[in-house]
Write a protein that binds this ligand. Structure first.
Ligand code: S3P
Length: 171
């Protein structure tokens, strides 16, 4: 089994889809943000506040090298900016979870933990800037993706079924 690398914008539902995939397959799952938080023993928000974004990106680069060399048979969900890693394609099959910006923001705002979801993501604090980031990134996400899943108005379970079906063709 090749690794699956889940990419996509903040709040698109990478974590929820990953949990569903794990429940319906033999993949185990890891998350690059969780790895960084445990390596640093602090939250992403704290890393951004005290060390800045460039430092966070360096940590992502270290994680990307480790994933390429040491991780197999795994579903890897990634932070929204992780796709910039040069070795991304060497890590596994790239699956993009795609949705329009407004639908992503609506999804976050309707979540029972909306305030926490927004607070933990420094790059979502200004929605105008976040939209500009989305517009810049979306074509790059599409270019990298081996598989694209439009997650708009779909349950995580349905997205996970679609993912497993589409990924088989690349295994
Ligand atoms: C980021 C996305 C976040 C996290 C960090 C930066 C980004 O992950 O890695 O706040 O650059 O888009 P999620 O996509 O899980 O929110």
């Amino acid at each position: 089994m090749k690794n699956i690398v889940l990419i996509g914008f903040m709040g698109v539902g990478k974590g929820s889809v990953a949990r569903e995939v794990v429940g319906h397959s033999n993949y185990i799952a890891i998350d690059t943000d969780d790895l960084i938080e445990s390596m640093e023993n602090r939250k992403i928000k704290n890393i951004f506040e005290h060390e800045g974004e460039a430092y966070f990106r360096k940590l992502e680069k270290n994680i990307a090298k480790w994933l390429e060399n040491s991780v197999k048979n795994t579903l890897i969900s990634t932070g929204g900016g992780f796709y910039k890693q040069k070795n991304l394609k060497k890590i596994g099959i790239i699956v993009l979870l795609d949705s329009p910006f407004d639908a992503i923001i609506k999804r976050i705002k309707e979540h029972p933990n909306a305030a926490r979801k927004l607070k933990k993501r420094p790059l979502l604090s200004d929605l105008k800037k976040a939209k500009a980031l989305y517009d810049a990134r979306r074509p790059e996400y599409l270019k990298l993706a081996d598989v694209v899943i439009d997650v708009t108005d779909k349950s995580a379970e349905d997205c996970s079924k679609e993912l497993l079906k589409k990924v088989k063709k690349h295994a």
